[in-house]
Design a protein around this ligand. Structure first.
Ligand SMILES: *Cc1c(COP(=O)(O)O)cnc(C)c1O
Length: 477
């Protein structure tokens, strides 16, 4: 393992563009002027933001030349590393052709091609792409579309939504109403529409002797009783397929998706798949939902609406979109303007963002992305397996595609655990941000086996710094 570490450490730090003290100067100016997202600004005095000057591949470089491995793909958006030559070239070309034009009354090749190519990836089942800018706006759109399409069909009572315990769908008022993360939601609760929260299929809830599929069946029973009693009022169920990421990379059995699809059909409820985090190959298939029918006799099943964002531009530009089925789309076709879907955002379908997305799809079409990831994943998993016998860890390693997670024992993780881990990671050259006591990796798809093993080892080294090996020693300290 030592040799691998050396291989990755070998590159000398780049000369810092700002010289000594440059980091501190940017940190101070940022704290004074930028209101940072997802941050208690008072805390930022003590934990200033990492000032990044440049990036290439999986590496971020600060103003003094120190490198950090982007172990969480810059909040789950990056796919092929930073400053990827192919995406850069596509963007430079697009920049000299058309930077932006409105998508109401106008159209352009990047939006058309992106819509066509994404639809083709669903076998044409989801044939219509509605563009927006951020993940949360895609969720808003999906909720509105579902409600409005039922309304156009005369089913005006269908205006409630069902979501999963621990689910996350974004921070705008509508998206927050189908989100169950107390920290983000509670302050705004008085503003939010009421949704129905049903049991999550999170496999961590397995009782002794229960499999992930058994947990999924229990969650399905809960969903069914909700749909059976309320279906006349319910427009849609929204789920994060295969992984509830913000809940702490909570995995579930694909059986849940297959059977939830069947229940939604039976009770005339739309199924919205929020693939904002899990789409674009993160789980080992382009759409996570492709795995819904895996291991069963069932033919492929699809949701009614799919939300995509984050990785779709390779982490370059804000772009989101909602893919919709013909039946849902057709409900809006009418001579009456008001029965159309009149939602819009100024930058909807921005050509630069769409062009970046096309460059991302080109890479999926022309390179063995999934095979390469499988090789890297094997090497990473091999090293991280060690947490399975680690007394500091509860429940062992979770892994799917290009995501890994383990939970530190509740009694060892104080409330500052995530922050301490993040800061220790910075010292060791990692950008990593645990969710509560869940340590997770979601690296860009640019790892070879050596890099993957290095990343896993460095994560374990960080754990050693934060929780010195003997359990209990932190309490004694
Ligand atoms: C990140 C995320 C969102 C929100 O996307 P933003 O671009 O941050 O608004 C919604 N759903 C899921 C599953 C996400 O991970």
């Amino acid at each position: 393992m030592k040799a691998r570490v050396t291989a990755h450490e070998a590159a000398p730090p780049l000369p810092g563009p700002g010289g000594e003290g440059a980091n501190a100067r940017w940190q101070q100016r940022s704290v004074a002027s930028v209101w940072h997202p997802c941050t208690q600004m008072k805390r930022l005095q003590a934990v200033p933001p990492l000032p990044i000057a440049s990036a290439a591949g999986p590496w971020l470089t600060d103003h003094e030349g120190k490198r950090y491995f982007d172990a969480i793909s810059s909040w789950w958006v990056n796919l092929f590393g930073h400053a990827d030559a192919r995406i850069n070239a596509a963007l430079k070309d697009q920049l000299d052709r058309l930077e932006h034009v409105m998508l109401a009354g106008c159209t352009h090749a990047p939006a058309v091609e992106l819509a066509e190519r994404l639809s083709a990836r669903t076998g044409g089942v989801l044939g219509h792409a509605f563009f927006a800018s951020d993940g949360a706006s895609a969720v808003e759109i999906a909720l509105k579309m579902s409600f409005h399409s039922w309304r156009n069909r005369g089913l005006i009572d269908k205006r409630e939504f069902v979501c999963l315990r621990g689910g996350y769908h974004g921070e705008t008022i509508g998206a927050l109403a189908v989100t169950d993360v107390a920290l983000f939601r509670d302050a705004y609760d008085p503003l939010l529409m009421r949704s129905h929260i049903v049991m999550s299929p999170d496999a961590r809830q397995a009782q002794p002797g229960e499999s992930a599929a058994d947990v999924a069946r229990r969650a399905l029973a809960d969903l069914e009783s909700m749909l059976a009693s309320r279906h006349a009022h319910i427009a849609a169920l929204i789920v994060e397929p295969l992984v509830q990421c913000a809940a702490g990379i909570a995995l579930h059995d694909p059986l849940y998706l297959r059977e939830a699809r069947a229940l939604c059909d039976r009770y005339q409820v739309h199924l919205i798949a929020d693939e904002i985090a899990v789409g674009c190959g993160r789980t080992g298939t382009f759409f996570a939902f492709e795995q819904a029918a895996a291991g069963s006799e069932t033919p492929p099943v699809w949701p009614d609406l799919v939300c995509l964002s984050k990785g779709i531009t390779g982490g370059y530009l804000p772009l989101s979109l909602v893919l919709a089925r013909d039946t849902l789309y057709d409900a809006f076709l009418d001579d009456d303007t008001a029965r159309g879907f009149l939602h819009s955002h100024s930058y909807t379908g921005n050509p630069l963002a769409c062009r970046a997305a096309l460059a991302v799809l080109d890479r999926f079409d022309t390179e063995p992305v999934f095979e390469r990831n499988r090789v890297a994943a094997e090497a990473l998993t091999a090293v991280l397996q060690r947490v399975n016998d680690d007394p500091r860890v509860s429940g062992g390693l979770r892994h799917l595609g290009m995501m890994w997670a383990f939970d530190v024992r509740a009694d060892l993780a104080d409330p500052a655990f995530a922050e301490r881990f993040h800061l220790a990671g910075r010292q060791l050259g990692l950008l990593i941000r645990p969710i509560g006591r869940t340590v997770y990796l979601m690296p860009p798809y640019v790892l070879d086996a050596d890099g993957a093993a290095w990343l896993a080892q460095r994560t374990l080294d960080t754990l050693d710094q934060v929780l010195p090996s003997t359990p209990g020693s932190r309490h004694a300290a």
